[in-house]
Write a protein that binds this ligand. Structure first.
Ligand SMILES: O=P(O)(O)OC[C@H]1O[C@H](OP(=O)(O)OP(=O)(O)O)[C@H](O)[C@@H]1O
Ligand SMILES: O=C(O)c1cc(=O)[nH]c(=O)[nH]1
Length: 216
């Protein structure tokens, strides 16, 4: 398993950002696990998470010229990934984010940071229904730039309306790749080798059989 995946799982488990039990999702499904991206809430964990995004992007080979972090949770993720790309991979790239409400004084406007240009990579925590990605693609195109792909932390690899996962639906709809630090398959592999006392791996398997996405 690639080092950034192991590092991500170790960090998420140590911070309690990967939990096991019974959780009702946005979709209404009852899941035996839950990922809370908002819990990377201190300097060390944010720094480590940024390194995981940067290393996953470097390993993916996706080409991009700048980063875009959709409000709100995408903003610190894009910022810390920009820092990690520079420190770990020698790529000093521009980055930008949007506001959720327009600012009517000072510099005004909805977009903050570098002007959108070239191939823009969207950085977010998760994709559920794809609404956030859809809005980000619109921001990027309206500014005359081109979406290059999406980077997320954990791909739950479960189907949306059809048999494809939300990430696959985004790839198909926009013709752009979705890169994740890790996916459910990686998590299952990790847990098989590092079992936790409170983790019902059979419940995870049953959930994946019932809701897992199929094909590419
Ligand atoms: O694929 P989707 O259905 O859009 O769901 C995923 C989005 O939902 C959450 O953001 P949210 O819009 O709740 O805003 P926040 O970042 O301000 O919490 C999350 O951070 C993603 O951006
Ligand atoms: O589908 C969701 O609602 C969801 C799942 C998950 O693991 N984490 C999260 O923030 N939302």
């Amino acid at each position: 398993m690639l080092q950034h995946k192991t590092t991500f799982f170790e960090l998420a488990l140590a911070k309690g950002n990967l939990r096991f039990g019974e959780f009702t999702l946005k979709s209404g499904r009852v899941s035996p696990y839950f990922f809370n991206a908002g819990g990377f809430d201190d300097g060390v964990s944010l720094d480590t998470l940024g390194a995981c995004y940067a290393d996953a992007l470097a390993a993916s080979g996706v080409a991009f010229d700048m980063l875009f972090g959709p409000a709100y949770k995408g903003i610190p993720l894009a910022a810390v990934t920009a820092v990690a790309l520079q420190q770990r991979h020698g790529r000093n790239l521009p980055w930008a984010y949007n506001r959720k409400e327009a600012k009517d004084h000072g510099e005004g406007g909805m977009l903050v940071g570098a002007p959108m240009a070239g191939k823009v990579l969207i950085i977010d925590d998760v994709i559920s229904a794809g609404t956030s990605v859809r809005e980000s693609v619109q921001w990027i195109r309206d500014a005359g730039a081109e979406p290059a792909g999406v980077a997320i932390a954990l791909d739950r690899q479960e189907r949306g309306q059809g048999t494809l996962s939300a990430a696959m639906e985004v790839e198909r709809e926009y013709g752009i790749p979705v890169v994740s630090i890790a996916g459910l398959d990686d998590l299952m592999d990790y847990l098989a080798r590092n079992p936790g006392a409170n983790i019902d791996i059979d419940a995870m398997r049953r959930y994946r059989e019932r809701y897992g996405s199929q094909g590419e």
